[in-house]
Design a protein around this ligand. Structure first.
Ligand code: BGC
Length: 520
């Protein structure tokens, strides 16, 4: 097993609430994940990332953690976790768990202790609690806005304010407090000792705030995420934390890794998170944010490869996750969106580096835009006064089999309704068809695993007509994607390995919105 396995790993993201329900309460759980591991082996991924399954009041789908070292009864028990981990390992799958260090739940005992403690007490200092402005402190300490909308501060009964960059039920921890650092080392050790292969680090760019908590002087601050500088994100001192965590990871056997969910203003700043003495991977959201265009995709690839190479790391390719609109819908929805999403996936699988696949991408699931209002649970929905749909549409449960919702996800009604039209998209239905998205994913990931040209390494762009990107990987592999609408003739040598439109022959003509892989 490679000691640097993460450099080109295919990692599958499991949104546990929506993957598979074993106990019949309509919500996915760890035993459900375990039962469905054969799907992932058949798909050909190397590792899974499990979204939070810790005790939580679920104000933000489990990203509001009330106990970092246990399992929420909805999802099972620690014994279920151990069984899942052991089973995954026996199948050759590594397991990453989510750690949520930027904030706790407001139901975490640390927050209760902080509220009970006097100002200046170390327990209170675990959080970012400050006096307000105005004659009676009736105004928030600064103009920071919550990522979910509205002010990032909520007033306590005693008149002070606490910071929450997300929902009010998610108070931000103060990472300048040494107790917080020591407590989190214990959390990491707890899971490392159980045998996890690493962590996806939530809001990894947010833990350190500018010491003066200065105003930003602007509204709609979230629009700067990944584009501009904010005094509460991507502060230089955050890297000290990762240098410390890296030492901890390296003290364990078996290459345990840290993956940053970090948003930085440039790809150079993002690459800082994966310097040799820090984390192993950072999500690269640039491809996910790029419009469907050859020029934009090429710029993203060049910049991403160059900046990570400068620090000796590889990049990650991400087309979707539980926070963003599904690629099929983002790329135009319907047939066209589906074609493009499939072509984009094949394009990304051929690039150097590691790949993330969000559950359901292998089925070509679209975003569900028409969920009933009352079914929506994302805090963005209520906090925006029901003007922004939020992220529930990409969190609809996985369709596994059968003709009726929820298609084998659960024996009960699912927590979000599954559209009836997904009968054609179930794992069982797609397994039975040669031309399905699932078959393309399986074929491509099998080829990626077998072919020494794929995964880690270099890429050379090839000359190609406008609107087409073509590149070579050595030895003897080429990938071409036509971003346009009309077929294009290409002069590429080799025999067909795989096509995103599932055609089985190659006559040198690449249809619109299609990727082809050719090999010698
Ligand atoms: C997670 C979101 C979550 C937020 C706050 C994000 O980056 O991916 O789902 O709402 O962090 O924890």
């Amino acid at each position: 097993m490679s000691p640097t396995w993460w450099r080109d790993a295919v990692v599958y993201q499991i949104y546990v609430r929506s993957f598979a329900d074993d106990d019949g309460d309509g919500l996915g759980d760890l035993a459900g994940v375990r039962a469905r591991l054969p799907h992932l082996v058949r798909l050909g991924v190397d590792a899974v990332w499990l979204t939070p399954f810790y005790p939580s009041p679920m104000a933000d789908g489990g990203y509001d953690v009330a106990d970092y070292c246990d399992v929420d009864p909805t999802f099972g028990t620690l014994a279920d976790f151990d069984a899942l981990l052991a089973h995954a390992h026996s199948l050759g799958l590594r397991v990453l768990v989510d750690v949520v260090p930027n904030h706790t739940s407001d139901q975490h005992p640390w927050f209760a202790e902080a509220l009970a403690a006097a100002s200046g007490d170390v327990a209170r200092d675990r959080y970012v609690i400050r006096d307000g402005r105005g004659a009676d402190g009736e105004l928030p300490p600064n103009d920071w806005e919550s990522v979910f909308g509205g002010p990032a501060w909520t007033r306590l009964d005693d008149g002070q304010w606490y910071l929450h960059l997300f929902a009010p039920q998610q108070p931000d921890l103060n990472w300048r407090n040494q107790q917080v650092r020591a407590d989190f080392r214990k959390v990491l050790k707890f899971w490392l000792d159980r045998g996890v292969d690493g962590f996806r680090i939530d809001v990894a760019h947010g833990m350190i705030k500018h010491p003066d908590l200065p105003d930003t002087g602007r509204h709609k601050q979230i629009s700067l995420l990944g584009r501009g500088e904010l005094p509460y994100f991507d502060q230089d001192e955050v890297h000290e934390i990762y240098r410390d965590w890296r030492q901890l990871f390296d003290s364990y056997q078996g290459a345990r890794i840290g993956v940053a969910e970090a948003w930085a203003s440039t790809s150079e700043r993002l690459a800082r998170y994966v310097r040799a003495d820090e984390l192993h991977q950072a999500f690269n959201f640039a491809l996910l944010e790029a419009p469907w265009s050859a020029a934009d995709f090429r710029t993203v690839v060049d910049e991403s490869l160059a900046t990570t190479a400068q620090v000796g790391a590889t990049t990650t390719w991400v087309l979707g996750n539980h926070d963003v609109q599904r690629p099929v819908t983002r790329y135009g929805d319907g047939e066209l969106g589906a074609r493009r999403a499939r072509a984009a996936a094949l394009f990304s699988f051929a690039l150097p580096g590691s790949v993330y696949v969000y559950q359901g991408e292998e089925l070509g699931l679209p975003e569900v835009l028409n969920l009933p209002d009352d079914a929506r649970q994302d805090p963005i929905w209520e906090r925006s006064g029901r003007t922004e749909l939020g992220r529930d549409g990409c969190r609809v449960p996985m369709p596994w089999s059968g003709a009726h919702p929820p298609f084998g996800f659960s024996s009960a009604a699912s927590w979000l309704p599954v559209p009836g039209e997904w009968a054609q998209l179930t794992v069982a239905a797609q397994s039975a068809r040669d031309d399905s998205v699932l078959r393309t994913y399986r074929d491509a990931l099998a080829l990626r695993r077998e072919n020494p040209a794929l995964g880690d390494g270099a890429l050379q762009w090839l000359d190609a007509p406008e609107g087409v990107l073509a590149f070579r990987r050595e030895p003897g592999f080429a990938c071409a994607t036509n971003f346009g609408a009309s077929p294009v003739e290409l002069d590429l040598p080799g025999r067909l390995l795989c096509r995103s439109d599932a055609a089985s022959d190659w006559d040198g003509v690449l249809p619109g919105a299609t990727t082809a892989w050719l090999g010698s």
